[in-house]
Ligand binder design. Sequence first.
Ligand code: KG4
Ligand code: ZN
Length: 335
Amino acid sequence: MITLGIETSCDETSIAVVRDDAVILSNIILSQIIHKGFGGVVPELASREHLKSIIPVYEQALAIAGITKEDIDLVAATFGPGLVGALLVGLNFGRGLAFGNDIPFIAVNHLEGHMAANILANKDLPQKYLTLIISGGHTSLVLVDGFGHYKILGQTKDDAVGEAYDKIAKVLGLGYPGGAEIDRLAKTGNRDYFHFPRGIMREDSYNFSYSGLKTAVALHIKGLSEKELVNHTADIAASFQEAAVEVLVNKTVRAADEFGVMAVTLSGGVASNSRLKELMNKRLLGMGVKFYFPPPELCTDNGAMIAVAGYLRYKLDGPSLMPINAVPNLRLTSS
Ligand code: KG4
Ligand code: ZN
């Protein structure tokens, strides 16, 4: 089955062609650079950029896959969570295409999409595993028992981990989005330069909190002279990162032990983080638990993960009934 996956929930216009849940024929990802000067995504600009790009991205996705629109069996598009105007561009384009071609349409939860990137990337993924969904908007620890069967163990009570990365990158003058930049800079810094608060919450809770860490780092930076800041930018990045990832690793490892899972996966933009992968790998190896993560192009927002989640949802539930609306605050629920 050939699925066209469409993703426009934030600032990536992405369309992919995927065979079943296994083979990527094309995965075009256009990251909007217009937001860079604003230090964050400007929703109205995001919608307009999606409108400009969606048809060229679609045409490129078909050309690279070597197919025509008649070859598409199913159209999948993200319907939430995300920016409402941005979501509507991809959703309406996908619905129109499916209607015009007389083929089924499936609306996809962006978070289920991020998780599905692991199915695409790791053919030996077992049925039961634990996944951390970590992105600019989400921090959730989820126990998975086959596609579509989830138990939400914990989530952030305030800021998402990616949001904290972006905020700290901004105060360090590293531009937006800054997660990858902090990751890169931290490699040259001293992780023990400063011990920032870990935001552990209750010991037995799997929930997360990042606003305290974000504020502590911002206050620390405020107290430095310009010269001190220049001298310690990499150290602050490394110390912040250590605090941010330590909590993710500790809670995931504890849950893996409590629920007796044999595999852990990372999903979402922050899943590209090198220090997180290093620490998680070390801890899980010691427990005999397998560790999986998608390659960077499947961690960031992309159409291929939406195609796979759409294909698997369609097999479970059949097509989405039209009309379906965008749901900006859509959640992943236990099911
Ligand atoms: O999943 P994603 O592309 O979009 C959302 O659904 O939010 O995630 C984007 C987030 C941004 O906050 C970005 O700074 C962060 O992922 N990110 C990283 C890294 N690469 C991207 N954070 C830490 N380390 C990275 N290497
Ligand atoms: Zn995302």
